[in-house]
Ligand binder design. Structure first.
Ligand code: OTU
Length: 648
């Protein structure tokens, strides 16, 4: 049967139930969506499971799951479904700014977060990502990425009811809630894993067990190690059964076997239940790792994309308001496919992390040279229509120095030594560095090192406060704001990482908690300093300067349609190599030229540059000085300054 014929049969099969249970309007909507996404679903599941299961039965089972989920969806969420079907690019609007926080570290628990929504409102936040909040295993849990129960909230944070109330309170303010879904692995304490350990064949088939080292050895010949230092290897020996189990990350995080269609269905259930609690965006953790293939690095395999396409099809059937966000920290050519930009052009995730921009900005900051960023961002394929990036300066993870070899060579850098330089610079080892981060997971075998540290500390605030000169403090704060200016204007939902808005520095006491002691990423996961936050209204304070600057960036973005996340971006080549220049354009609005000066000194570009980007007689949108400084035929930026201009 063709995918279209299978879809027709499905539609006929579900017709009466949909109309009766959802009512004539929502029922018709469901059937219309089924008609639209059905072929994608059938093709994706056939590609993955066609040779091991009856795909027709599988598709029919998951469509029935979707109908069940649609029927139990609360009225306010069904209303959101309708609104977002009318305005499917709502999340790409110029007024969407994101904020990322651990619920406990930000506000104690979920109720505490609900009480802090006004604070987020001051920053214009319309998208709140709370770090993993489902019930983790006891003890060490990788910051919540080792889930023991997907249907319960971590009791230290509250209950499912609190999560629903928080989502409701957020929606009342036009704010969307993003929650993590850890779908590559479960905690070994999860009931599925426990049943597998006890020998239950159904659940043994949820994971990947090996009787000896032969297959693990074969895989490890091409598998990179994610945590070479704290969790070497990708397999863990089980004393209880004398077997090996696949554990890409820690030994307590067991990789699910997505080649088993039951795993797909079980995780789909988790996804749909989260959507029905009121979650708007699901962050799909470690998405590249879902499919394993011997002889490869077991990331970005075609089947991993097909699985995401299938999840997208079913979720848009059951809960059309829901967005999927890929967490794929991979190279530039592997990244765009997570947004559906591949030869198939199938809907996949709505959002993906722009880790490229993040890494390139830190590189420009260290080298005082924007050419590498321009080279790499300039050749990247655009995000497909209806999708977008989340752009960010820092997140809860380390920075992996993912500079492409080709891009480095194109601007005359030796790739390996440039990555080494960046790790050395940001750990403060490099002479003259302003940064004070630390190495994360130095790998003696490959020489690779990644970096931990907060935005402010990596941008030089600790060093500046220690040396005590106000010029250096100014420079550090200017660097923080400069990085955020790019993230607010380059294209994508800008994400503010908790504490950055008040320039919080490294948490020097990160190792005090024994279960964090071997993971220095906790250096940049501080507890919110509300005393410091209170100084955001004290003029001249560090907190006030950064907080106010971010408010202004948000306000300028909100008033500029060409800064929408789905407006096009074109990178330019200004005559000053320290300046990153790009133009944003939306067919309904005037183009905006953005400049970011990566230098301790003033920089400038030829006054003719705006015209080459379609911006004539430029007027100011926003800049670090709130002025447009044009003289002697050049547009001038102060040290670490930025400027956004448009046509009158
Ligand atoms: C993610 O990161 C989370 O962000 C981490 O905090 C978790 O420890 C990890 O998953 C395991 O759940 O390799 O170095 O391409 O880069 O999934 C962090 C995606 C990681 C990976 C990413 C992973």
């Amino acid at each position: 049967m063709t995918a279209a014929a299978t879809t027709r049969a499905l539609r006929e099969g579900l017709r009466d139930a949909a109309l009766e249970r959802l009512g004539p309007l929502d029922g018709a909507g469901f059937l219309a969506r089924l008609e639209r996404v059905g072929p994608d679903l059938v093709e994706a599941l056939t590609a993955v499971y066609g040779d091991r299961t009856d795909v027709h039965a599988l598709v029919s089972a998951v469509s029935t799951d979707a109908l069940e989920a649609a029927c139990t969806r609360a009225l306010p969420l069904r209303r959101l479904d309708r609104e977002r079907e009318v305005d499917p690019t709502w999340f790409l609007s110029e007024d969407v700014v994101g904020y990322v926080a651990y619920a406990d570290r930000f506000a104690g628990d979920l109720r505490g977060v609900a009480e802090r929504l006004d604070y987020l409102g001051e920053l214009g936040v319309r998208y709140l990502h709370l770090m993993p909040l489902l019930e983790p295993r006891a003890g060490e849990n990788d910051g919540g990425y080792a889930v023991a129960d997907y249907d319960a909230v971590d009791p230290r944070l509250g209950t499912m009811h609190d999560l629903e109330s928080l989502a409701g309170a957020a929606h009342e303010r036009g704010m969307a809630l993003c929650v993590d879904l850890v779908l590559n692995h479960t905690a070994r304490e999860h009931p599925w894993a426990q049943a597998a350990l006890a020998g239950d064949p159904t659940y043994r088939a949820y994971y990947r067990f090996f009787p000896d080292r032969s297959e693990p050895d074969a895989f490890e010949r091409t598998l990179p190690e994610v945590f070479p230092d704290m969790a070497p290897g990708s397999f863990t020996y089980l004393d209880a059964t004398g077997e090996w189990v696949w554990t890409t990350f820690h030994e307590f995080q067991w990789d699910l076997d997505w080649s088993n269609p039951e795993v797909f269905r079980a995780m789909l259930g988790v996804l749909l239940r989260l959507a029905n609690r009121g979650v708007d965006v699901v962050r799909l953790d470690a998405a590249p790792f879902l499919w394993k293939r011997v002889g490869t690095d077991c990331q970005n395999q075609p089947e991993a994309h097909r699985l995401l396409q299938a999840l997208r099809a079913v979720s848009s059937l059951a809960a059309p308001a829901l967005l999927l966000k890929a967490e794929a920290i991979v190279g530039p050519d592997q990244l765009v496919p997570y947004l559906g930009g591949h030869d198939l052009q199938r809907p996949e995730c709505h959002l993906a992390y722009d880790n490229q921009l993040m890494v390139l900005l830190w590189s420009a900051l260290a080298t005082r040279d924007a050419r590498l960023a321009a080279q790499a961002m300039g050749r990247r394929t655009a995000a497909p229509t209806g999708t977008g990036w989340v752009t960010y300066v820092r997140c809860h993870d380390d920075i992996g120095w993912a500079i492409g070899d080709e891009d480095a060579r194109a601007v005359g850098l030796e790739p390996f030594s440039h990555r080494q330089f960046l790790a050395a610079f940001y750990s403060g080892r490099y002479p003259g560095s302003f940064a004070s981060g630390v190495d994360f997971q130095r790998n003696p075998a490959t020489g690779d090192a990644r970096t931990s540290g907060t935005t402010a500390s990596l941008a030089g605030l600790d060093v500046a406060l220690r040396s005590g000169t106000s010029v250096e403090v100014d420079a550090a704060l200017d660097r923080v704001v400069l990085l955020y200016s790019v993230v607010y204007a380059f294209g994508g939902i800008p994400l503010l990482y908790m504490g950055d808005e008040i320039a919080m520095r490294n948490d020097e006491r990160w190792a005090d908690e024994p279960e964090h002691a071997d993971d220095n990423r906790w250096l940049h996961r501080p507890r919110m300093d509300w005393d410091a936050a209170a100084r955001r209204s004290a003029r001249g304070s560090v907190e006030c300067r950064v907080f106010t600057a971010l408010q202004r960036l948000g306000a300028a973005r909100r008033s500029t349609e060409s800064l929408r996340s789905d407006a096009s971006v074109r990178v330019l080549a200004p005559d000053d190599t320290r300046v990153l220049a790009w133009v944003r354009h939306h067919p309904r609005a005037r183009p905006v030229l953005c400049l970011a000066g990566f230098s301790d000194d003033a920089t400038s570009v030829d006054v003719g540059l705006p015209a080459t980007a379609g911006v004539h007689d430029p007027v100011l949108v926003h800049s670090s000085t709130e002025r447009l400084d044009v003289h002697d035929g050049r547009i001038h930026l102060p040290p670490w300054g930025f400027s956004w201009v448009t046509s009158p």
